[in-house]
Design a protein around this ligand. Structure first.
Ligand code: NDP
Ligand SMILES: O=C1O[C@H](COP(=O)(O)O)[C@@H](O)[C@H](O)[C@H]1O
Length: 586
């Protein structure tokens, strides 16, 4: 029987207990401390634990006085400030733990991301019993809509994906009744004051916690934050803001955005989202590495020949060309999603699973990276093609929102290096592209060949020095982890074959994997920052990519054209070969 691993529950403050062993006593009054545990609790039970955690998050006792804070209890615990409020104190504040509430405002609620990801994720959390008892969801945008119209719009994107349970329709109805809409401009204090009034009415005097999700174009982030923080912040509980990418276009614009946001918010109120960090298999990367004795000793230049981070989509920029042309694939995928995964992959063992400990290690890796050389980069752009079956696919520049002479790359491959003792000389290859032959995201770890291989003569013609072990972490689709090993073909002879030790999630677990946005939204509600990007991480990521991007743009580098639906530019193979590597996905 499978041992059921609970929703990942990370000790946020405990440095005394090992993160890798269950510590069932680590909950302090309602779960302000969590530990990684192998409990077989139901999702509901686990989410109830989360609920208790979030509702107490803003009451802190200091020298006997009640202090209401915007920070989460995790920070306060770390600072040694958090005590658990007594029932009398809570009563004085106007309620017990059940008397606090979370209001979630989706700013840009009429948009694509809100419809596609945010509302469905909130519903899934509600369905799983993960949202606090008292919560309200507000959509905010300029489009004129009634509450009913918002509910209608949202209802079209909700699915009962979770086990198709019988009462899903009922749950949807209940959920939609908790969704409301407010029309407003993003730079209008007056409109946010009106939103604040409505939020207060719903909060009904309870201790209020507020989460704003900025699902709007980046040029209006600061306006919206200014208004939300001055006119619609919580006065009694925490206020947090989830900020969507892009966080700038380079070091300068990113720093300017951070500085502007910090005029209105503390760093601990800013939750910079990178949804790849919320993906199950990315979350599992550290578990795989740090909880299995067999992997960590191999995790270095001594045994690993190269590591590959591969992202491909089988569709173009359809509908998002206007946004994309200003950014390109390096900014859209590499500088954030792939680099974040690389940092998690390559970091040293953190002191604990505390968000700051993990992010400290990630920053160290990012700062140890060698500047990327232009000759270690290949860029491409897709061109139109007609298949044998007569189906025609457009070029990137056929998109009406893209200039006809655009040089923006829709594909890039790069070789990166980490100049530290663990990874000296190991190529970390990245490859990302749109309009390729398949949709997938994976991490491939290719090990060195076996020295003095005894079995080279028994390999049935294949060169065993080439059929080295490879560990593949398939982030999507068909989430799984497999290890390529060499084995003997059964029989009386001695012939070798290569096979997969395969952990395919759909075969191992019957439960569907939650969407990344579910995990991240729940973490933001709980004040768990581990999967969000800290400003120094962001600075380090931009410091690595900004000079390269500048060079590509200043030199007006011409991307190599590749047909829509192909495997990308041939240049990517030469790049790999230059580093004595073959792409593992071919
Ligand atoms: N869509 C996606 O798959 C992904 C999106 N993102 C990021 O999430 C954020 C939201 O994305 P998405 O929903 O696609 O964005 P949209 O372009 O759909 O914009 C969201 C809403 O913002 C308002 N808006 C759009 N343009 C402007 C403008 N120029 N000035 C003022 N308001 C405007 C519109 O609402 P109204 O007119 O009603 O005010 C719109 O419905 C962006 O930062 C994007 O980069 C990140 C990853 C993936
Ligand atoms: O951030 C982005 O991610 C999506 C791909 O996300 P996935 O979860 O569907 O793999 C990508 O299409 C988009 O261009 C980019 O902005």
């Amino acid at each position: 029987m499978s041992s059921s691993l609970s929703r990942p529950s990370y000790s946020s403050s405990s440095r005394t207990s090992s993160p890798f062993f269950p510590n069932h006593s680590s909950l302090i009054n309602g779960g302000t401390r969590r530990s990684l545990s192998f409990l077989s609790a139901s999702p509901q039970e686990l989410c109830l634990r989360s609920k208790r955690k979030s509702v107490q998050s803003s009451v802190v006792l200091q020298d006997g006085a009640v202090v209401v804070t915007n920070s989460s209890p995790i920070e306060k615990l770390k600072d040694g400030l958090l005590s658990v409020p007594s029932q009398e104190v809570v009563a004085e504040l106007g309620g017990g733990e059940h008397e606090s509430t979370v209001s979630i405002t989706v700013v840009g609620a009429s948009g694509d991301l809100a419809k596609k990801k945010i509302f469905p994720a909130l519903f899934a959390l509600y369905y799983e019993g993960c949202l606090p008892e008292h919560f309200t969801i507000y959509g905010y945008a300029r489009s004129k809509m009634t509450d009913g119209e918002l509910r209608h719009m949202v209802s079209k994107t909700l699915t009962c994906r979770i086990d198709k349970r019988a009462n899903c329709g009922e749950k949807m109805e209940e959920f939609l009744k908790r969704c409301f809409y407010h029309t407003g401009q993003y730079d209008s204090q007056e409109h946010f004051v009106a939103l604040n009034k409505k939020l207060k009415e719903h909060e009904g005097g309870r201790l209020s916690n507020r989460l704003f999700y900025l699902s709007i174009p980046p040029n209006i982030f600061v306006d919206a934050v200014k208004c939300a923080s001055s006119s619609a912040s919580s006065l009694s509980g925490w206020t947090r803001v989830i900020v969507e990418k892009p966080f700038g276009r380079d070091s300068k614009t990113s720093a300017a955005l951070t500085n502007s946001l910090k005029n209105y918010l503390e760093e601990d109120q800013i939750f910079r989202i990178d949804h790849y960090l919320g993906k199950e298999l990315v979350e599992n990367l550290s578990v795989l590495r740090f909880s299995n004795l067999i992997f960590e000793p191999l995790w270095s230049r001594q045994y690993i020949q190269n590591v590959q981070f591969i992202f491909s989509e089988d569709f173009g920029t359809e509908g998002r060309g206007g946004y994309f042309d200003h950014y390109g694939i390096i900014r859209d995928i590499m500088q954030n999603h792939l680099l974040q995964i690389l940092a998690l992959f390559a970091m040293e063992t953190p002191v604990s699973l505390d968000a700051e400990d993990i992010r400290n290690e990630k920053v160290k890796v990012l700062r140890s990276m060698r500047p990327i050389q232009l000759e270690d980069v290949v860029i491409g752009q897709y061109k139109g093609t007609t298949t044998k079956g007569g189906v025609t696919y457009p070029s990137y520049t056929d998109d009406k929102t893209v200039p006809g002479d655009s040089l923006t790359p829709t594909f890039a491959a790069a070789a990166l290096f980490i100049d530290n003792a663990r990874w000296d000389g190991v190529p970390f290859l990245m490859k990302a592209g749109k309009a390729l032959h398949t949709r997938s995201a994976e991490i491939r770890v290719q090990f060195r060949h076996v020295p003095g291989n005894l079995y080279n003569r028994n390999s049935g013609g294949s060169n065993l020095d080439r059929t080295t072990n490879e560990l593949v972490i398939r982030v999507q689709p068909d989430e799984g982890i497999y290890l390529k090993i060499n084995n003997k073909v059964p029989g009386l002879g001695m012939r070798l074959d290569q096979s997969h030790l395969n952990l395919l999630y759909s075969a191992r677990y019957s439960k569907e994997i939650p969407d990344a946005y579910e995990r991240l939204l729940l973490d933001a509600i709980e004040g768990e920052r581990r999967l969000f990007i800290r400003s120094d991480e962001l600075d380090a990521a931009w410091a690595l990519f900004t000079p390269l991007l500048k060079e590509i743009e200043e030199k007006k580098m011409i991307p190599e054209l590749y047909p829509y639906g192909s495997r990308g530019p041939v240049g990517a193979h030469y790049l790999a070969a230059k580093h004595n590597v073959q792409w593992g996905d071919l």
